[in-house]
Each structure stands twice: as structure tokens, then as C-alpha cells.
Design a binder for this molecule. Sequence first.
Ligand SMILES: Cc1ncc(COP(=O)(O)OP(=O)(O)O)c(N)n1
Ligand SMILES: Cc1nc(C(=O)O)sc1CCOP(=O)(O)O
Ligand SMILES: [Mg+2]
Length: 545
Amino acid sequence: MAYAQVLSGIYSISFSQVESGINHKKQTQVCMEMHKDKYSISSEHSTMKIPHVLSVAGSDSGAGAGIQADLKACAARGVYCSTVITAVTAQNTVGVQGVDIVSDDFVAKQLRSVLSDMQVDVVKTGMLPSVTVVNILHQNLREFPVRALVVDPVMVSTSGDVLAGPSILTGFREELLPMADIVTPNLKEASALLGGLKVETISDMRSAAKLLHDMGPRNVLVKGGDLPDSLDAVDIFFDGEDFYELRSSRLKTHNTHGTGCTLASCIAAELAKGSSMLLAVKAAKCFIETALDYSKDIVIGNGPQGPFDHLLRLKRNIRKSYGQDRFNPNDLFLYAVTDSGMNRKWDRSISDAVKAAIEGGATIVQLREKDIETRDFLEAAKSCLEICRHHGVPLLINDRIDIALACDADGVHLGQSDMPAHVARTLLGPEKIIGISCKTPEQAQQAWTDGADYIGCGGVYPTNTKANNPTLGLDGLKSVCSSSKLPVVAIGGIGISNAGPVMAMDMPNLKGVAVVSALFDKECVLTETRKLHAVLVETAATIAK
Ligand SMILES: Cc1ncc(COP(=O)(O)OP(=O)(O)O)c(N)n1
Ligand SMILES: Cc1nc(C(=O)O)sc1CCOP(=O)(O)O
Ligand SMILES: [Mg+2]
């Protein structure tokens, strides 16, 4: 019953773009009946609606991509997945040895079987081998509307084998893209959809996203995994108004077969659970990064490109896997920490300061409000949370677990004299982010044991913002980084002039810098954040060379 209530909450989240497609579900009723010594649940219809994705795609006998990847990705995200198989491929880690296309009639039959009966929330498409199949899908979606359509315009396998000819492009352009809530092409697919336009740089990706958006999909994600000379895997997300550059670290692994199918399926799964589009995309990217990292050394097959393991969650410590889902260490890249005194001095509200920092490129925000009333802190936290959620940026609260709980912030940052991390974990649960300040290797090791998600290490340089704060220097930062597996963010006296040398230390777990006065003790937060962001990006690019 509680689960049914939770789900009804999820469905109340509006999908304004797809409202016309909402499938009105039958109301269900449950009654608990007591029969002597036992309870039974009776209902006229089923009482638990499980989020449901229908994958319309080809089968991969090697099970790294296609329908098999979609099934595993949805299972990993806790979502039911039904399937319509459009083609059967004989495929392994070497390449595609054969393709047997399922007849158009039988694709139509499968679609009708599922859509007419099973209350699908989101349809995700992969390999669509002919324009006729696109027509059939289009007709079925008009007859059986769903809440969202995710189109992965598969044309070529990762091994380079062609899975759909150029004739499919007309079907995509004229029928599927105008109905799609998101389309997720890689560089080659974006170029093909745009008639051979060159898509080779981040700037090309932005232009391509805009042009593809003009074809009708509500959102576009151009995947830059194949970008040459890029330190990170950079994708461009465009929602028709704003561009977002989504970065994740590029992992050294050959086990990448099926990442495109998995990404699209994860987006579909998150949408089916009620997520907004940007959060769905971010969660999907984070899942891929975690799965690739977990699978980087597994050996399946003798070919150049192996599959990865979607179901790591089953094999890992539950808390850590939850942790990986909702916390992406790359979010520590530019960490904005507020200070009410500084914002008061410059006559702006906390929420205006936070908004400007995010617009300038801050990737995570901490409210560190040492001298305001609890009631005012809570109000400020709620309005900042709204801004942060809108931009997909996590919001943490300094010291005050009560405030974090009351406004449902994404987590807390705690110092050595604050509540111990393991107690905070018990109070906050497995999904919240916990950061711990550490100045020594011993504290860093304890933070890991206590279940923290990241370390804040400082003061790297002398600071006026925190009284009597010892300065560790770059050497102190290095020794904390080397003694922990946790991601680290450097803090203390960092600004535009000295952020470069911090990041240039190139410690693998040093993910970014946290700053207070460099952003907030300035007249224009937006300008200062942009400048610092540019310095960090430039340093990262230099290191990559
Ligand atoms: C990212 C980050 N790192 C360190 C700190 C300092 O936290 P703490 O030691 O609890 O000191 P106060 O901030 O509470 O004065 C931080 N806030 N953020
Ligand atoms: C809040 C805080 N914690 C520190 C630590 O060393 O743990 S230094 C610090 C203040 C950082 O402010 P600024 O960027 O203005 O120097
Ligand atoms: Mg503290």
C-alpha cells in the first residue's frame, strides 16, 4: 500500500511536454480484509504499478548491446522492461556476423501485444531496420500513447557494422523525431541525421543539437564519446533553451560495447520513475561511468570490444552502489560554498548568489550560513534547493543535519568537530551525500570507514574566511589524496590566481576546488565563477596533453 502511494506521488510529477500523451490508467482499489488469523489483499485490478519501459530494438547474441543491454539496464534501475524484437543479430566481441530481420508484420504483432495490454510508461527505440518498422511504431504510438519516447538512432554497431541503411533517415526525420522526448545520437549519427554535416568538435555538437532540436524532439543529447583528444567524455544536452555540457571521466577500458543502448535505456527508466529529463540524463551518465569503472578489467570474449557489467549493484555493498547512483564525484569540479556575511556585504540574497554561481559554472553548492536564524536558514535552503534542482546541481548543507532533513537537501558537509559521519549516515540514510573535512591521512582513512562520500581537504592556502585554520599547502593536500580512495575537493584560499597549481598536481582522486570568497566576496558572482571555471577547464585540458 505504501508503495502504491509512493508511486502515485511519482506520477503526479508533471511531464508537461508529453501531457497530451498521458495514458489515463484505471484507478485501482485495494482493501485489506482480515480473515480470522491471516491478512489477504484483494483487489479488482492489480494494485502495484511498476514503472515500465518498452524497448523496441534488435537482439545481440553477445548480450552486450541491443535488447539484452536494455533489459539489464532497466533491471539495474529497478524498472520493468518489455521487448519488441526488430532483428536478431549474430554478434560477439569481434563484430556482427549476421543479421536476420524480423518481418514487419511480426514487429507489429509484438507491439500490439505489449502496448494494448501492459501500461507502458516510456518507449525506448534502438535498432529499427526499415522505414516500414518506423511507420508501424509511429502508428502504434498514436493508438497507444505513452508518457515519453526515447529515440536512440542506432545505425552502426560499435564494431563498425551497419545496422540500418540510409533510407531509415527519412523515417527518423519525418516520423520519430517529431514525437520524441529525447534523441541520443553519437557524433556519426548526428552527422547522418543532418545530411552529412561535420560534427567533430564541442562547438559542432552544440550546433548539431540545435539543428536536431529544430526537427522536433523536445530534448537532444549529442554524445561525444568519439571526440578526439578529449580528456573527459563530453555530451551536449539541449532542451530547446539551454545547453548543458555534461562531462564524465574517460575510463581506460575496452569493455564499452553497449554503452549507447544502456544510456538510452537508463534515461527511459529514470523517466518511467518520474524523473525530469535533465536529471534522467545525468543519472544515466553516472550509471554508465560507474558500470564501466566496475567492469574495466572483466574479460568476456577475445575481440577488441567487450561488454560491461550492468548488474554490479547485485554484487556490491548496497550502500556504496546507492552512493554511486546519486553522487557523481565529478560534481566536485567547482564547489561553491556560501557565506551570509559576504552576500549581505554585497547586498544580495543567498538564493541570488547561488543562482549566479550555478549560471557561472558551479557544479555543486554548499550553504555555509554560520550566523543566521534557523528559520531563515531553512527558508533560504528551500529556495536554493529549487534553483539547484532546476539546474541538476546538488545542494549540501554545512553542519546542520536538521536543516538538510527538513528541506530534503542532497546532503551535508561536516567537520571533525561536527556530528560523526557514521551517525549522520544513520540519520540521513543511504541516498544522501556526506562530505567530511580532513587535514590528515588518518582522518581521511576514517572518513572512508565511516561511509563518507567525499573529503574536503584544506586549508591549501591561507584564508581569511575561516578563523585559525591551519594551512596544509600542496604537500598536505597530496598526502590526504594519496591516503584515501574517496574523491577529494581542495579548499582554503583558492581563487583564480592559484587554482591552476592545485589541479595541476594531477592526483587522480582530486576532483576540484571549493571556494568561498573568490566567488562571494566579489561584486559579480556570475563573472567570477565563469573566470574560475575557465581556469579549471584550461588546467584540465593542459594536463590531458
Ligand atoms: C568542501 C568543504 N571542505 C571543508 C569545509 C570545512 O568544514 P568544517 O571543517 O566543518 O568547517 P566549517 O565550514 O563548518 O567552518 C567545508 N565547509 N567545505
Ligand atoms: C570553510 C573552509 N574550510 C576550510 C578547511 O580548511 O577545511 S578553509 C575554509 C574557508 C574557505 O574560504 P575561502 O575560499 O574564502 O578561502
Ligand atoms: Mg563544520
